[in-house]
Design a protein around this ligand. Structure first.
Ligand code: ADP
Ligand code: MG
Length: 692
């Protein structure tokens, strides 16, 4: 192909011959805007043409690939009422039957005359057949074009974009711009990890000579992603360590006074972490610590302890939570105790408006308020602190790095503590939060009543109600959880209101109220307060109570439509009960007609109370994206790598990145020049590196 000198890595793909502005829009949909994006486009899988066999040579049990022309497409119903799509495929040497079960969509995709590639295991049923093989329709153009080699990448596509368009464009991009790609890693790292060189990797991504080469090409790109992600963390960490922070003086008398107000002893785990935090805070570098602990492990008191060290030293402390209801609960629960020991508090959320808001903002500014509770409302521009010494963020996975940075920047290098109940394995936590010191609160407070979890069906509901009413008679309280506020036409789910009706009828002698995110803040506060005081017996709630709500007297939870929730979320919900020494009960009202998969998931939850086991299962089912979530803002993206499958590579990249920054924090050595250039490109806004 002729080399067109106009094309370079940063060119828009529309300048590639045959694309143009209209097709460029389709490319944009698959995340490709420039020639460089195109070169780094990763195929989801590869078809191995090298194993293509002739139909006449096929043997039963062979793993084989076939290319043939479709003669006939039929749709039938099996006796088991499944939909069966049956295709007769002919390749000049013979004909074979290909079957797909429950794929009615295929009926219209396959037309007689189309060329089809299939790959799978040959079985026997009145003749040779292939059942549910992987398949790919082949363009006429492509069949006659031998350009593709024997291993064919299958790229992500979108309507309007054909595989062939992508392949041809990739080929032009390779011919014109591959030389322009510069190595991003030092030789030492490439050799140590037996990585492909970057240009080789890019070539092999698109025209590999074996599946193994394609695998190694992807491995190199995944390593790059992880390495630069970790490098940003390592750099950030090195920078934090250098910055002067506040060395808080004092004997933590105030914090000890607070502890004395509590009706319990601290656990050993809490004491250990407090000791670490005390040390961190006494040092002249800013503390940056992640406190990880399962639901109900008692992270809050540890956080308050840290905040009071700062308050005693004359600074303000801020506690930020992701939902209004959570911060309101913290405020309600902690303010009275803090007042008792002479510490003034204030609450700021977006629901607090008008004169009250003005007053609260003033108290933050003039320093009257020493401990400030708030949602992300705290990061707004008009909020100024007198002297912010420590920032605590609760349930951090819901905040982005940018939001936390915005709050941290309201002080002068304040200390920083994040509380998270996301139970990810420690090694992974260390890796994803590499800029933070990670502490784990393992043991739960003692004498916790166990929680008994049970799946129930509609016909067991009356028995369950009877059981709940016995608990209520003994003065206990109950949550009823419901996934939606209002009835929608699309989803056949019970609304909060319907459930409230039902519960009120079932328990006429008890008071039932509703709580959800659309209530006004003061209504919500009022209801939670009455529930806390025991004036409300049953609370029908949406997931607004998912995190942080702490009502030890509530011993029963009934979850309607549990199939609507993820495992981690169910775990959070269930964490609202079992907070006293009494035994607690969680009922999952499951519809009889859920899929087997759903049933297994809910069953897993019924049998497991360990947050880590549940999180790991959740990651298996839904992938770890959820956990990484917004965390990634301000960090290089992880798009290709998979935190489950590529975990070893992640750990390796982490070690390499941290070692490199240790040796050469400013990336000044000549051999690190490629790394520096790449990092600069990734993080255009240097300020990002200053995020605590
Ligand atoms: P989480 O880690 O989920 O935020 P909390 O801090 O809300 O947990 O604590 C859960 C419950 O355990 C609260 O009612 C809290 O008062 C109580 N608690 C905390 N520490 C202890 C302890 N050492 N002994 C007994 N109860 C405790
Ligand atoms: Mg909490």
């Amino acid at each position: 192909m002729a080399k067109s000198s106009l094309l370079c890595l940063s060119s828009s793909v529309q300048y590639i011959k045959g694309i143009g502005p209209k097709r460029a829009l389709y490319f944009k949909k698959i995340g490709v805007e420039t020639v460089e994006d195109l070169l780094f486009l990763v195929a989801h899988r590869y078809l191995d043409y090298s194993k293509v066999l002739k139909i006449k040579d096929l043997k039963i049990n062979d793993e084989a690939s076939i290319i043939g022309q479709i003669i006939k497409v039929e749709q039938r119903r099996t006796r088991g009422k499944q939909i069966l799509i049956q295709v007769a495929l002919h390749d000049g040497t013979g004909t074979i039957v290909i079957k797909w079960f429950n794929r009615p969509d295929l009926k219209n995709r396959f037309k007689p005359g189309n060329w089809l590639f299939v790959s799978g295991q040959i079985t026997f049923f009145y003749g040779k057949q292939l059942v549910n093989p992987i398949y790919e329709l082949i363009d006429e153009e492509e069949k006659s074009n031998k350009l593709s080699g024997t291993i064919l990448p299958i790229y992500p596509l979108t309507t309007g974009l054909k595989l062939w368009d992508v392949r041809r464009a990739v080929r032009i991009a390779l011919d014109n711009c591959l030389d322009e790609i510069k190595e991003t890693l030092p030789n030492s790292i490439i050799e140590k990890n037996r990585l492909m060189r970057l240009t080789d990797a890019v070539r092999n991504l698109h025209i590999p000579s074996s599946i193994e080469d394609a695998y190694n090409a992807r491995r190199r790109l995944v390593y790059d992603e992880f390495f630069f992600f970790e490098l940003t963390l390592a750099k950030r960490r090195a920078m934090i360590k250098k910055e002067p922070g506040i060395a808080f003086k004092g004997d933590a008398n105030l914090a000890e006074k607070f502890i004395q107000q509590l009706p319990f002893e601290l656990t050993r785990g809490q004491k250990e972490i407090i000791k670490k935090i005390k040390l961190d805070m006494s040092l002249p570098t800013p503390m940056n610590r992640l406190l990880q602990g399962d639901v109900g492990s008692g992270k809050t008191v540890v956080a308050v302890y840290a905040m009071l060290i700062a308050v005693e030293a004359g600074y303000q402390a801020a506690l930020m939570a992701p939902t209004e209801i959570l911060i309101e609960q913290h405020f309600l629960g902690l303010s009275p105790i803090l007042k008792k020991i002479g510490v003034q508090t204030v609450l700021l959320t977006s629901s607090i408006k008008g004169p009250q808001r003005k007053k609260n903002i003033e108290k933050i500014k003039d320093g009257t308020a020493r401990v400030i509770f708030g949602t992300h409302a705290l990061i707004e521009g008009e909020i100024v602190f007198e002297n912010l010494g420590i920032v605590v963020v609760d349930e951090q996975h819901r905040f982005g790095v940018m939001q936390r940075a915005a709050l941290v920047n309201k002080g002068i290098n304040p200390d920083f503590l994040v509380l998270s109940a996301t139970p990810i394995p420690r090694t992974l936590a260390l890796t994803l939060y590499g800029d933070l010191d990670v502490s784990l609160l393992k043991e739960k407070p003692p004498r916790r009543g166990e929680v008994i979890t049970k799946i129930i069906r509609e016909n067991e509901k009356q028995d369950t109600f009877r059981f709940i009413s016995e608990e209520l008679n003994q003065g206990r309280q109950a949550f009823v959880i419901c996934p939606i506020i209002e009835k929608s036409e699309k989803l056949d789910l019970k609304s909060v209101k319907e459930i409230k009706e039902e519960i009120s009828t079932a328990f006429p002698h008890f008071r039932t109220e509703i709580i959800h995110g659309r209530l006004k803040s003061n209504e919500r506060l009022h209801i939670m307060e009455e529930f806390r005081q025991g004036k409300i017996n049953v609370l029908v709630a949406t997931t607004v109570v998912e995190v942080g709500v702490d009502i030890p007297n509530a011993t029963v939870m009934l979850i309607e439509h549990p199939e609507r929730f993820g495992l981690a979320q169910l775990h959070q919900l269930r964490g609202r009960i079992g907070r006293s020494t009494r035994r607690a009960y969680c009922f999952l009202l499951l519809n009889r007609y859920v899929s087997n998969e759903t049933f297994q998931r809910i069953k897993f939850f019924e049998k497991n109370s360990d947050g880590f086991a549940l999180a790991q299962q959740d990651m298996k089912i839904r992938g770890p994206g959820e956990i990484l979530g917004k965390r990634q803002h301000g960090l290089p993206d992880i798009k290709i790598g998979n935190l489950n499958r590529d975990q070893d590579l992640l750990f390796q990249a982490r070690d390499d990145a941290f070692a490199l920054i240790e040796k050469d924090p400013e990336l000044e050595l000549p051999e690190h020049y490629p790394v520096r250039r790449r990092l600069k490109k990734l993080i255009r806004d240097v300020d990002l590196l200053r995020i605590g």
